[in-house]
Design a protein around this ligand. Structure first.
Ligand code: 4NP
Length: 156
């Protein structure tokens, strides 16, 4: 089982978008049984108020016919670092925050999602930009590149 955890600040906009985009991609390729895919936050405030997926992310997934189930924000824990094989942050500040919560990346598991693309960069936060189309496009680009890397690494 290949275990992938997407991480953003609030776990209600970007990381659930990437989670369900990748779930759909692996399902389409008949690879779903090989994967466990989840998402988490670096902050705890949305966990405290049991926040579900942001309506902007929901609308985007619905309009692209990407299935999703309910997901409630939760904060990444040290146990997640040991458990997951890939921990994909959305931006540089997520990486700093993840390391302050789980420790140094001694096993080289932590990357930005777009680091595997031809144009490594941060995924801007639609909580501030309001641009969920862009978040979706970046998620697709990042997940495609991530899946190629994983397929090569695991000979899938
Ligand atoms: P996300 O966006 O990190 O992509 O889920 C945010 C969601 C919530 C907040 C900030 C960013 N917030 O301040 O509650």
């Amino acid at each position: 089982m290949i275990k992938v955890l997407f991480v953003c600040l609030g776990n209600i906009c970007r990381s659930p978008m990437a989670e369900f985009v990748l779930k759909q991609m692996v399902a389409e390729k008949g690879l779903a049984d090989n994967f466990e895919i989840d998402s988490a936050a670096t902050e705890g405030y949305n966990e405290m108020c049991h926040a579900g997926i942001h309506h902007g992310t929901r609308q985007m997934l619905k309009s692209m016919h990407i299935p999703f189930e309910e997901h409630y924000s939760r904060r990444i824990r040290p146990h997640d670092y040991a458990y997951f094989d890939y921990i994909l942050a959305m931006d540089d500040s997520n990486i700093e925050d993840i390391q302050s919560l789980v420790g140094m990346d001694t096993e080289h598991k932590i990357y930005r999602l777009l680091d595997f693309t031809d144009h490594p960069r941060n995924i801007k936060d639609p909580w501030y930009t309001g641009n969920f189309d862009r978040t979706y496009e970046d998620s697709v680009e990042g997940c495609r590149a991530l899946l190629e890397k994983i397929k090569q690494e695991y000979d899938l």
